[in-house]
Design a protein around this ligand. Structure first.
Ligand code: AMP
Ligand code: MG
Length: 343
């Protein structure tokens, strides 16, 4: 049985924190997406996270903390650059990769000698972690491969009956996962673009390495193991159409017609501005292109929206790859398994 805890339920939050301490699984809101939490130093609890999600065991978890003092039990050293970054971006959507302390279970790091850590900004997340008095390993609270959850009901869709608690803190404000930055290398490297943009990082620590690893092929060993998996995907096939706006609209409408002639139903993922330009049975806007943060906040909800229809294929516009748009397009390309039509 999964118990849903509402935002104003102080007693419930305390019980969930107690549950975390005793090895239970608690899904909780963060500013990025909902996380599925377990006591990070309890190997059995961490293993249950992988089971509940159906997550491959070679995909490591991010450890969430609420106090800077929690770092000392988790890492071997805190490089000077890390201090500057933590000062600037914690609490917030930036995950830092450190050399791990021997106390961190291999189950969390998938056998790597590094550990990824962040301090979330969401007040309920911080209260839960403080109340539990443990560091909390938490991947996104979805079944592996599905779009990440940005509401408590997304979590329930995927994990109801598999975990003890879901804390409902309303919709996530950022909507895409944290930026993962490796600071164990001479020049820091973005392993996953996210809520803190490259420009924001460079303004604080100067140049960071090119993120070529983001396009890593299936047979290479990626530095961020999670990036090799099909991810964030709706049930129907997803194809991105990229190019000048007018041409993209025309092409997508032609593709939709073509599918209809074959007896198939096509959906379109777009922005609020272009919604009316499409002639398709299902058209879902992720957000507004005037407000790129709204595209990030609405992306996963939109992808999950197609799962509630019976579309056979989804065509998506490509969005601007600037600022938070880098994270949006990174997720969209993964959701599409890299299928892009350039026109
Ligand atoms: P999720 O929790 O589902 O957002 O996924 C966590 C992401 O962080 C995955 O892409 C992991 O590959 C990445 N990650 C976690 N730990 C490490 C680590 N020690 N080194 C590099 N990447 C990591
Ligand atoms: Mg995930």
């Amino acid at each position: 049985m999964t118990r849903i805890i509402h935002a104003d339920d102080e007693q419930g939050l305390k019980q969930a924190a107690e549950g975390l301490r005793s090895g239970q699984l608690v899904a909780f809101p963060t500013e990025t997406v909902y996380g599925l939490g377990a006591d990070a130093l309890n190997t059995a609890a961490v293993k249950r996270v992988f089971e509940a999600k159906g997550r491959p065991s070679d995909n490591p978890l991010i450890v969430h903390i609420a106090e800077f003092s929690q770092l000392s039990e988790l890492v071997r050293e805190i490089p000077p650059q890390a201090r500057v970054l933590m000062e600037a971006f914690w609490p917030g959507p930036l995950t830092l990769v450190f050399k791990k302390s021997p106390r961190v279970p291999d189950a969390i790091t998938a056998g790597l000698d590094t550990v990824a850590i962040r301090m979330p900004q969401n007040p309920m997340a911080l209260r839960l972690i403080r109340e539990a008095r443990v560091s909390v390993a938490a991947p996104s609270a979805n079944r592996s491969g599905r779009p990440s959850p940005t509401t408590a009901s997304h979590v329930a869709e995927d994990l109801n009956g598999r975990i003890e608690y879901i804390i409902d803190g309303g919709p996530c404000t950022v909507g895409v996962e944290s930026t993962v930055l490796d600071i164990t290398v001479p020049v820091p490297m973005i392993l996953r673009p996210g809520g803190v943009t490259r420009e924001m990082l460079e303004a604080v620590i100067g140049p960071i390495a090119a993120d070529t690893v983001l396009e890593v092929s299936k047979d290479q060993k990626p530095r961020s193991p999670g990036m090799k998996y099909r991810h964030y995907s709706p049930r129907a096939e997803l194809v991105i159409v990229r190019g000048e706006t007018g041409k993209v609209t025309e092409k997508i409408n032609a593709l939709v017609r073509e599918k209809q002639e074959q007896g198939l139903k096509a959906g379109v993922l777009t922005c609020a501005e272009n919604r009316e330009r499409y002639n398709a049975p299902v058209v879902i806007p992720a957000g507004s292109i005037k407000e790129p943060s709204s595209l990030a906040a609405g992306l996963y909800q939109a992808l999950r929206g197609f799962d509630e229809t019976d579309v056979d294929i989804i065509y998506s516009e490509a969005f601007q790859e600037e600022g938070i748009g880098q994270a949006v397009m990174n997720r969209l390309k993964k959701a599409a398994s890299g299928k892009i039509i350039d026109i």
